[in-house]
Design a protein around this ligand. Structure first.
Ligand SMILES: [Zn+2]
Length: 164
């Protein structure tokens, strides 16, 4: 068993120590990877890394060593929000929204952000507030958990959709 991973105590909030964050940064070359290394959500990682003032230092310097594959060259998110058409899947769009800090990885209504036990994924779906899934304006998008999605849209995607 690895002793590097944070301990989860039922009913208590997860606390990441500065040492754990620094340790994770030593082993990885981006904040995303560091969060994954710690097996915590990016959200949680970012919160603590910023708290200790060690977030900026670990920003991946535009692709050195890390191949992102689908994202070259990157279109600024502002242009996408303003209606520039991109061939992103929702998953890719979602990843950028989280990765670049536009949305927290939590339900925008109830703040739910439980990670699925099996793989640490947070099952949230992208919701378009005006109902138009082609309107990617920043103020038209939010994350919803399955419960809030159901009560706001009246139907439910299957759980597999949420976790993509
Ligand atoms: Zn919710």
């Amino acid at each position: 068993m690895s002793t590097n991973r944070p301990l989860r105590l039922p009913g208590r909030r997860l606390v990441l120590t500065k040492n754990k964050i620094l340790e994770s940064q030593k082993h990885t070359n981006s904040n995303m990877a560091a969060a994954r290394w710690l097996s915590v959500s990016y959200n949680t990682y970012r919160k603590w890394a910023i708290f200790y003032g060690v977030f900026e230092q670990h920003l991946n310097q535009e692709g050195f060593g890390v191949k992102k594959g689908w994202s070259k060259p990157k279109i600024p998110m502002e242009e996408i929000f303003n209606g520039r058409k991109v061939r992103y899947t929702f998953k890719q769009f979602k990843t950028r929204l989280i990765d670049e800090g536009y949305l927290n990885e939590e339900c925008s209504i109830c703040n739910w952000n439980e990670e699925r036990v099996t793989d640490g994924m947070i099952c949230l779906t992208l919701d378009f507030i005006d109902g138009d899934s082609k309107n990617w304006a920043q103020d038209n998008i939010r994350f919803l958990c399955p419960n809030c999605y159901l009560s706001n849209n009246g139907f439910f995607h299957g759980s597999t959709k949420f976790c993509k």
